[in-house]
Design a protein around this ligand. Structure first.
Ligand SMILES: Cc1cc2nc3c(=O)[nH]c(=O)nc-3n(C[C@H](O)[C@H](O)[C@H](O)COP(=O)(O)O)c2cc1C
Length: 134
């Protein structure tokens, strides 16, 4: 696991919606938008499964994810890769349920996907593009 530096956390928290990419075990890629993402701590993200279909199928057979963010004001962009765990009970799940309920109590909030950050890359153009930063 790696820690997300402040720049990465700030850039990600401004990204709305956040594109997240998963893959089937056979390598078929799938990218979707999520609006409900939280930074739980320096090493951990969480996304809410309200409507996931291919995404949850992919994560069940291949628990890896990639997330991207870009802030046009600061001109910073980061690509984050991590390992996921689908969570349907426990404290994090209960906290997610009440958070989502406060936003829109019609959303199903079926589960939360916990993302343990493993790699972070500079995803901006120019020198340093593609370099691993954490
Ligand atoms: C702006 C936007 C925000 C979204 N946010 C979420 C979200 O937070 N959670 C969720 O489950 N689906 C969300 N969706 C729906 C997913 O992007 C997608 O439609 C769903 O996961 C089904 O696609 P899949 O079969 O590839 O998983 C959002 C869609 C849009 C356009």
């Amino acid at each position: 696991m790696v820690k997300m530096p402040l720049d990465v956390r700030e850039t990600l928290s401004k990204q709305k919606p956040v594109p997240i990419a998963t893959s089937s075990k056979d390598g078929v890629p799938n990218v979707i938008f999520v609006g409900l993402m939280k930074i739980l701590d320096d090493e951990t993200l969480m996304v809410v499964d309200n409507f996931f279909k291919k995404t949850v199928d992919n994560l069940s057979e291949n628990p890896r994810i990639s997330v991207i963010c870009y802030d046009p004001q600061t001109k910073k962009s980061y690509q984050i890769k991590g390992r996921t765990q689908i969570c349907k009970e426990g404290q994090t799940y209960d906290e997610m349920k009440s958070w989502v309920k406060g936003i829109n109590d019609k959303l199903p909030a079926r589960s939360c996907v916990i993302i343990k950050v493993e790699e972070i890359y500079n995803a901006l153009w120019g020198p340093g593009a593609g370099d691993r930063i954490a």
